[in-house]
Structure formats: structure tokens, C-alpha cells
Write a protein that binds this ligand. Structure first.
Ligand code: AMP
Length: 340
């Protein structure tokens, strides 16, 4: 039995966690990153590729099969491979590879969030209907690059045209408009165990996004003079804890999400996921996004988070939690319950 993943995003955390659980670790790495990953002695085997899509090729498939690997999907897999490619991976994928399409497709994404009865900011179908501040987002796991804010149609068109001239988007079809919610952003990290049929709240983080964050550090008079279009490109994460009175709702949002996923996309939301949104002035949470797999914000808690510490009497990262689920399933002949 081994745990495999591709070299980026949260690969170090995932493989360190697997090693802590006593499992063999395999990394599929681009040649240019080999030197980085060779620095870490918990990586047992590295399969070198020119591009991550080679994971579909016979050479990688056989190497992973020889190692009895379970592949852990993360943000880079989604960013670099399309749905069809992901669904055709022959190596057993941890969790539900079919739900990853629901993360990448804005229409499906909204459907699942509504099914889970989450409070989702309104989407705006036509730029003509922009009446309040909106955020324009690109489809897929773009990491916030090329997102922008607009206060009306004219403002929207001006900024859209800048992105078109920079070659970042082709036109309106590449953008999704959503009501902008002001407040405290929070990224809620969960793990659902199909073996225990139990939801664990694992942690919460903040994201640092460039250059929107930089904009807040300069005086308004300078901001007004600056007519570049700010972006929301994630650079890193920092830890956060929530008021304890918010935790009950955090659990029930996660549980509603798991139930909704069971109804809409079999076998459901197994393994790690993240509900992403904003607490407003009344501490009401609006969900603008979810990730149906491990998020990079879990890298913060390699030694456990304030919340995983409440559940486990040992350092438990999300990567290690995944490995433990794989180990337990393997010992009980239940691998089909945790992989697709
Ligand atoms: P996303 O790709 O949806 O995770 O969005 C990237 C970033 O844009 C988020 O991390 C937030 O900073 C911001 N954002 C996205 N949607 C909203 C929203 N509806 N209201 C406020 N900020 C948002």
C-alpha cells in the first residue's frame, strides 16, 4: 500500500502524513521540481514527468499500480487536467473523483451549494444587471488570478477589456459574476469519513491574496490614481480560530454539504473538502465557493490545528488523516468505500 500525489500544492503535507502513518510514499514530479522534492526524506519514490497529464500514461499507471498506490487529488490536479482526464485516471483516486467536475463548473457548483441549503451570494447573469458591487471570477481553479470588482456595467466592461487585452480571458463567457459580500473571509476545512460516517471539522484559515491585499495598504488617494485591475491571486495562508459560538453552524453547514453531495453526486463528498465564504456584521456566513478535495490552507496545520487537537490526542494533519483512512480501509478490505 502506498500514498501517491503530484508534486505541488500540498504534496509535502500529504506525503509526510502518509509516512507518519507508516505508509510508503510516491510523488509524481515535474523534472524541474525534482531537486526541491529530493530534499525530503519522507518521499520514498519519485516518478519524473514533463507534464502531470502523463499520470494517464501507461508508464505512470504501471508504476503506481506496482506500488499499490492510492492517488490523493489536490488543486494542481484540477488546475492542470480537465474533468474528462481526471475521470479517466486508472489509479484509485482518494474520495470521489466525479465530484471534482462540480467544483470546476460554476453551474454545477451553485447547484450543489443550493442543495446543501448554504447561503450563496446572488449570481448575476448579465452585466447589464449589475446594481451592487460584484466580483467577476474566472471558471475553474484559477486561484483568483484575473478576478476583479465592478460597481456597474461600464466599470465591468472597462476592466474586462483590460483582461482581454492582456490575453487572460477571451470574453464575457470566461467570467462569472457574483454579488460581493463584505466581512471576514473564512475557509472552513472538513474531513468526512465514509468508514465512520462522521464529519470532522479540521481547521480554518485565511488566504493572502495579491494584489487586492496590497491595495489596502496604500492611502485612498493613491488607490484612486492607480487604474490597474487588482487580482485575488492566492499567495499564502495564515491560521485562524472562530468564536466558539459559531462552531455549531460550521458543523451543520458541513453536514448539509455531505448530505447534499450524497444525493447529487454518488458516492458523495468523501474525504477532505472546504467551504469558503464570508462572515458579515451579524456573523452570518455566505458561501461563495467550495473545494471538493484537500485545500492548501491545511498546510498550516502539519502538526495539527486547534480543532484537530480537540479530536485527536496526537498531531493530526489533513494529510495524515487521509492516510489513516486509507490504512483503515485497506486493513478492513474497504478500499472501494474510500476511492473512485
Ligand atoms: P474563489 O475563486 O471563489 O475562491 O475566490 C477567490 C477570492 O475572491 C476569495 O478568496 C475572496 O477573497 C474573493 N471572493 C470571491 N467571492 C467573493 C464574494 N462573493 N464576496 C467577497 N469576496 C469574494
Amino acid at each position: 500500500m502506498s500514498i501517491a500525489t503530484i508534486g505541488s500544492h500540498c504534496a509535502l503535507q500529504v506525503l509526510k502524513g502518509a509516512k507518519d502513518e507508516g505508509l510508503k510514499t510516491v510523488l509524481v514530479s515535474e523534472k524541474k521540481r525534482e531537486k526541491l522534492y529530493r530534499r525530503f526524506n519522507f518521499i520514498d519514490e519519485i516518478i519524473l514527468v514533463d507534464s502531470f497529464t502523463e499520470i494517464l500514461d501507461q508508464r505512470c499507471t504501471s508504476a503506481l499500480e506496482k506500488n499499490d498506490s492510492v492517488l490523493i487529488p489536490h488543486g494542481t490536479l484540477i488546475a492542470q487536467m480537465n474533468t474528462k482526464q481526471i475521470e479517466s485516471i486508472k489509479t484509485p483516486v482518494f474520495g470521489n473523483k466525479f465530484i471534482l467536475k462540480w467544483e470546476s463548473d460554476r453551474t454545477l457548483k451553485e447547484k450543489l451549494m443550493h442543495e446543501a441549503n448554504l447561503n450563496v451570494p446572488k449570481s448575476i447573469a448579465n452585466p447589464k444587471d449589475i446594481k451592487k458591487l460584484v466580483i467577476a471570477k474566472r471558471h475553474g481553479a484559477a486561484g483568483g488570478k484575473g478576478y476583479f470588482l465592478a460597481i456597474n456595467e461600464e466599470d465591468y466592461k472597462k476592466k474586462r477589456d483590460v483582461l482581454i487585452s492582456q490575453g487572460i480571458i477571451k470574453g464575457d463567457g470566461d467570467l462569472y459574476l457574483q454579488e460581493y459580500i463584505m466581512g471576514v473571509l473564512a475557509y472552513l476545512q472538513y474531513f468526512y469519513s465514509p468508514l465512520k460516517e462522521e464529519l470532522e471539522f479540521f481547521g480554518v484559515d485565511k488566504r493572502h491574496e495579491s494584489d487586492i491585499e496590497g491595495l489596502a495598504r496604500i492611502p485612498a488617494s493613491v488607490q484612486i490614481e492607480n487604474d490597474s485591475v487588482p487580482s485575488f491571486n492566492v499567495i499564502g495562508n495564515s491560521p485562524m480560530v472562530l468564536r466558539e459560538s459559531l462552531l455549531d453552524e460550521v458543523y451543520s453547514m458541513g453536514e448539509r454539504f455531505v448530505e447534499a453531495a450524497k444525493r447529487l453526486v454518488s458516492p458523495g463528498m468523501n474525504g477532505p473538502f472546504c467551504i469558503e465564504g464570508v462572515y458579515d456584521e451579524d456573523a452570518k456566513f455566505s458561501t461563495f465557493e467550495f473545494s471538493a478535495r484537500i485545500v492548501a490552507g491545511t498546510n498550516l496545520y502539519i502538526d495539527g490545528s486547534p480543532y484537530s487537537t480537540l479530536l485527536y490526542n496526537e498531531p493530526m494533519s489533513m494529510g495524515r488523516r487521509i492516510a489513516r483512512e486509507v490504512k483503515t480501509a485497506s486493513e478492513n478490505g474497504q478500499l472501494d468505500k474510500i476511492t473512485t
